[in-house]
Each structure stands twice: as structure tokens, then as C-alpha cells.
Design a protein around this ligand. Structure first.
Ligand code: SAM
Length: 212
């Protein structure tokens, strides 16, 4: 992700606390109250500029969505999309996924989406991959029993690593496609990276795995 410095981003974020939540640790265990309903809460980790999370929120009004993104200069674009959508079922958090246990209580989350996560190709950086065991421990803790991770990527190396990581963790593989756009999977919502890479003719890998 190319990150441009946006000096106005901090002010814009501070002006929209109803969409991009300040002090999320105060909501741990109480996210349903914030949404004002008991609908499932799905999170996208590494949400980028928000095409996916806003598309999902629009398509599925009875699910609550939270987009999680590390960088202010990236999440502001997602914030613009969330404001434009104006839907009550999508919020954003500008936090590090490594700290998710500070923000969500056990079993508070219904599903995790990982889309085009940074591949961190060097072996010495593998712990930073969002499908590494350390992150799976976090997702398991905050997910409901039998919760699922839905993962898409254009990166074959990351996909292979992730399948092995899921398998070593004992996750059940419920769905796999090695070329999502040529499969009969219905209801796919594209991410920014997905648009870019599929326009370049690259296949998109997708899987759904489940904690058992
Ligand atoms: N999901 C988007 C898409 O498919 O277009 C963005 C993909 S981009 C390659 C990966 C995003 O994940 C970046 O915006 C990056 O800042 C974010 N990210 C990476 N590691 C993260 C972490 N530990 N916590 C939160 N966000 C993270």
C-alpha cells in the first residue's frame, strides 16, 4: 500500500467519531450496544481504503461491520466511503491488529475477513503475516465458537503459507478457489487490490476456514 502523507487526516478523523471510533478499548464487550442491535459483528483486518467493508455493509444490512486499518493516511479514504454510504452498520478502527484483544471481548466477533494482506515475503518477517499462528490465536479468542476466517489474496506464496498455517492450527477448510473470478462463487465484493490485480489478469485465491 502506497502511503501518502495527508496532513488533514487527523482533523478529519477527529471530526467523525461516530464512524471512526476513538478510544475503542472502552467499547470492549459492548460493541453490540454501539450498533444498537444484536446482529453479528464481522471485522475486516487490514481494510485499506474501505471498498470491501462498505460494499458488504450495503449488501448485508443485518450484519454489523468494523474495518480495522493501521494507517491514518489510508483509513481516511475508508472514512470518506463510510460517510458517503451513511449506513449505521459500519464502523472503522485505526488500530494495529496485533492489539485486537484490547478492543474485543471473547466471542464478540462473528467472522473475520482478511483481504490482500501484506505478504511479508521474507522468512524473518513471517510473524507479521496476518495468517501467522500468533494472529490466529487472537482471532480464535475474539471469534464465536466455530467462527470463520474468509481470506482472499493475489499472492500465491502468502496463500500457500496461510493454508499450511491454518492446517497446522487445526482449522477446517470449508471452501477454496484458486481463481475466484472464474469460479461460481456468488456475491463477491471486490477490494481495491482485487480490482487492480484482477485487471492485470492475475488469479485471485480465496478460502474459508473455520475454528473447530
Ligand atoms: N484490504 C485492502 C484491499 O484488499 O484492497 C488493502 C490491502 S493492503 C495490501 C493491506 C492493508 O492492511 C494495508 O492498508 C495495511 O496498512 C493494513 N495492515 C497491515 N498490517 C496491519 C495490522 N497489523 N493492523 C491493521 N492493519 C494492517
Amino acid at each position: 500500500m502506497r502511503i501518502r502523507n495527508k496532513p488533514w487526516a487527523s482533523d478529519f478523523i477527529a471530526q467523525n467519531p461516530q464512524y471512526i471510533i476513538p478510544n475503542p478499548e472502552e467499547l470492549k464487550g459492548n460493541w453490540h450496544k454501539l450498533f444498537g442491535n444484536d446482529n453479528p459483528i464481522h471485522i475486516e483486518v487490514g481494510t485499506g481504503k474501505g471498498s470491501f467493508i462498505t460494499g458488504m455493509a450495503k449488501a448485508n444490512p443485518h450484519i454489523n461491520y468494523i474495518g480495522i486499518e493501521l494507517f491514518e493516511s489510508v483509513i481516511v479514504k475508508a472514512l470518506e466511503r463510510v460517510i458517503e454510504l451513511g449506513a449505521p452498520n459500519v464502523k472503522l478502527l485505526q488500530v494495529n491488529a496485533a492489539d485486537l484483544l484490547n478492543y474485543f471481548a471473547p466471542s464478540e466477533i462473528g467472522q473475520v475477513y482478511l483481504n490482500f494482506s501484506d505478504p511479508w515475503p521474507k522468512k524473518r518477517h513471517e510473524k507479521r503475516r496476518l495468517t501467522y499462528k500468533g494472529f490466529l490465536d487472537i482471532y480464535k479468542e475474539i471469534l464465536i465458537d466455530n467462527g470463520e476466517i474468509h481470506f482472499k489474496t493475489d499472492n500465491r506464496g502468502l496463500f500457500e503459507f496461510s493454508l499450511l498455517s491454518f492446517n497446522e492450527y487445526g482449522l477446517k477448510l470449508n471452501y477454496i478457489s484458486l481463481d475466484l473470478h472464474k469460479s461460481n462463487f456468488e456475491g463477491n465484493i471486490m477490494t481495491e487490490y482485487e480490482k487492480k490485480f484482477s485487471e492485470m489478469g492475475q488469479p485471485i485465491y480465496r478460502c474459508e476456514v473455520q475454528f473447530v
